[in-house]
Design a protein around this ligand. Structure first.
Ligand SMILES: Cc1ncc(COP(=O)(O)O)c(C=O)c1O
Length: 675
């Protein structure tokens, strides 16, 4: 078993691989020029001649370009040092050389992946990437579909858009069946089979017993409609056209919320999601006309995972249609992993006991690539024993001092990753744990026929889709229009050099989980820091991370005043370890850089109190302040432990905390004395 050597994949914290990078960068440009010259090579036209290059205006222009790029370099140097293990802030580390080189070289060709005509090379790469991602999640790449978009926000919007339009399909089907009968376009004897084959429901139930509201709760099993085929027994000459026209007339894309021109708005229902959700879902509900008030936030447990027991209770008591349930794999703030396997079982139970179903979406924008850890070289999901053996034997995850006790993954994390294959749609961002430059988000659909629920063909871009070639018309099935083929080239290249299993991405991401657990342990065991006779400060870690984000706070010993705790944590986060948006050039003087977040009662209910009571803060105090200021460290660097570098950056961070707290003792004392 061999693993990729990821040190060959990045420029390196000190630019160690710059020679290789430069050589390939130049070669990419040279190759492009060769390609240009080969196009009508016999043409003698002189476009930019040597004489042209001697002109003052030409030289002035070049100088201006050069100087502006020099200015840009200065501006860029005020960026965050993502490449360093000292950067433990947001979801960033440096991006893969192969991906940047691919992006650069593809951008010379400037392909537009909205349609094949504008991206004859890179559309095909995007389709391959879609299949890579489907394989990553254990979804059949023939039945499913995946594509790249600009990010997780767009992918989440697209998923809810699909869910919304799919929700309406049983109602469309019911109406079509009724119309068939009324217009006598169907033999009544053919109907039971037909209805049954489409919906798996008894036809009389479908036709008579379901009110428009109830029918919306049926699982959308009417994909046969999309294939636009009616059984032979249906006696109607132009049935294909009839179906298409009727469907197009009745579907959500045409009808909107005013079904059948009624003035009553159709209620497509509510969306359930954990309190730890990303705010993109609020944007999506607004844009899709579904209204933010129809989001139902499910409380999370003390591990920041969606509480499935509460969800069950909510779903079984829900009177409105359930449009979707969303799970998060790698929450933005905590990297927590929701128990997808339990939500899948819950969906089965709800279908069986209540005849209701819902679209299951997973927001794995952050945690999606971590599924590579669970796959062997044949892309098979490993047994728990096999996985633990590999993590331990190859030193990927585990306390260095005690490699034998590999406590990751927990059963919950393991089962959840296994169950991802059962979701209807999944958001996954290559520009997060895929180590690809922005913009590269992604979405996969378990069943590619769902695309039909959102399709829109523009003849000038797409032409009429050929029967066997619909896949190349990417833009007709997605939310976005023009989009960089260069992003597809970057992701495709990265996937070809870094396998999407334990030997590639798995190992790299595993090392970051290892680093995050080392940080968790290092902070938990940090001794209180005494900064003056009566002032001692202690750091507290919130929960053991499911993946690689660690949350912690600082407090004065014996302090039970939450406002004071928040002020201290905010001060340390912003003044000691935080980027200063005004004086960004000072950032490179920071010893470590972290990010912050706040856990409010409005968003998290009383879950933060579970933690606060352990450190002596009362419920009354929590209810008064309703907010917990937290430092958040996303560990995307594999260099935190000494596995690949001779210095221990967790140790460095620990000693820096001690030193910096003492250095800032005057300001800290002021916070201490405030009421
Ligand atoms: C869980 C999750 N979902 C969605 C998003 C949105 O992704 P993007 O910023 O690429 O739009 C994020 C961003 O951090 C995220 O953490």
């Amino acid at each position: 078993m061999s693993y990729v050597n990821f040190e060959a994949f990045f420029l390196g914290p000190k630019g160690e691989n710059s020679e290789f990078y430069q050589r390939l960068l130049k070669e990419m440009l040279d190759q492009h020029v060769i390609w240009r010259k080969a196009f009508h090579a016999d043409s003698t036209s002189k476009f930019i001649s040597d004489d042209d290059k001697q002109l003052k205006s030409f030289k002035d222009a070049q100088e201006k370009i050069q100087n502006t790029l020099y200015t840009l370099q200065e501006i860029l140097k005020s960026s965050q040092p993502f490449f360093s293990p000292r950067y433990i802030g947001h979801m960033n580390w440096e991006v893969m050389m192969a991906a940047v080189l691919a992006y650069f070289s593809a951008s010379l060709y400037n392909p537009n992946n909205v349609a094949f005509a504008g991206s004859t090379g890179t559309t095909l790469l995007e389709l391959e990437v879609g299949k890579d991602l489907l394989n990553l999640f254990g979804i059949d790449p023939v039945k499913g579909w995946g594509h790249i978009c600009t990010g997780g926000t767009i992918a989440n919007m697209e998923a809810l858009w699909i869910a919304r339009n799919m929700k309406m399909i049983p109602l469309v089907l019911q109406t079509m069946l009724k119309n068939f009968i009324e217009e006598k376009k169907i033999h009544s004897t053919a109907l039971p089979d037909y209805a049954h084959s489409l919906l798996g429901q008894k036809h009389h139930e479908l036709l008579n017993n379901y009110s428009p509201a109830a029918i919306l709760n049926l699982k959308e099993k009417c994909f046969a409609l999309f294939e636009k085929q009616l059984p032979e027994r249906i006696d109607y000459k132009n049935r294909q056209r009839y179906i298409e026209e009727t469907f197009d007339k009745l579907c959500m894309q045409t009808q909107g919320f005013t079904w059948n021109d009624s003035s009553d708005r159709l209620d497509l229902g509510v969306v359930y999601l954990p309190q730890s959700k990303h705010y993109s879902f609020s944007k999506a509900m607004d844009l899709l006309g579904m209204g933010r008030k129809n989001l139902r936030f499910v409380p999370v447990d003390s591990n920041f995972r969606l509480d499935v027991n509460i969800l069950e209770n909510m779903l079984f008591n829900e009177e409105r249609p359930i449009l979707s349930v969303i799970c998060v794999m790698g929450s933005t703030e905590e990297s927590s992993v929701d128990e997808v396997h339990k939500v899948v079982s819950l969906r089965d139970k709800l279908e069986k006991e209540k005849g209701k179903s819902f679209h299951l979406h997973i927001d794995a924008a952050y945690g999606g690539y971590a599924r590579a850890l669970f796959l062997d070289e044949m892309n098979q999901f490993m047994s728990k024993e096999q996985l633990k053996f590999r993590l331990r034997e190859f030193g990927i995850i585990g306390d260095k001092a005690d490699r034998l006790t590999v406590s990751w993954p927990s059963d919950v994390v393991y089962e959840s990753y296994e169950a991802m294959k059962d979701a209807d749609t999944i958001t996954v961002d290559p520009h997060k744990l895929g180590y690809i430059p922005y913009p590269a988000g992604g979405i996969v659909l378990k069943d590619k026929r769902m695309r039909e629920a959102i399709h829109a063909f523009a003849p000038y871009v797409f032409g009429k889709p050929e029967k066997n070639q619909p896949d190349i018309l990417i833009g007709s099935y997605i939310l976005e229009g023009s989009k960089p083929g260069a992003a597809a080239a970057a992701v495709w290249t990265a996937h070809r050099v870094m396998p999407l299993n334990i030997s590639g991405y798995g190992k790299l991401i595993g090392e970051t989980i290892d680093g995050a657990h080392a940080l968790f342990h290092g902070l938990q065991t940090l001794n209180p820091v005494t900064i003056s006779e009566n002032i001692t400060i202690q750091v507290y870690v919130l929960a053991k991370p499911d993946l690689n984000i660690v949350n912690y706070i600082f407090n004065f010993s014996e302090n039970s005043n939450l406002q004071k705790l928040n002020r201290l944590t905010a001060f340390i986060a912003s003044k000691i370890f935080g980027p200063d948006p005004i004086k960004s050039h000072l950032m490179l003087e920071k010893s470590f850089i972290v990010s912050t977040t706040a856990l409010s009662q409005e968003e998290y209910g009383d879950i933060p109190f579970d933690f606060l009571k352990r450190i002596g803060i009362s419920l009354e105090e929590w209810h008064k302040v309703q907010n917990l200021q937290v430092i958040r460290s996303v560990v995307m660097s594999p260099y935190l432990t000494t596995d690949f570098v001779d210095e221990n950056y967790v140790e460095k961070f620990r000693s820096t905390i001690e030193k910096e707290l003492i250095q800032h003792s005057d300001e800290i004392r002021r916070i201490y004395l405030l009421d």
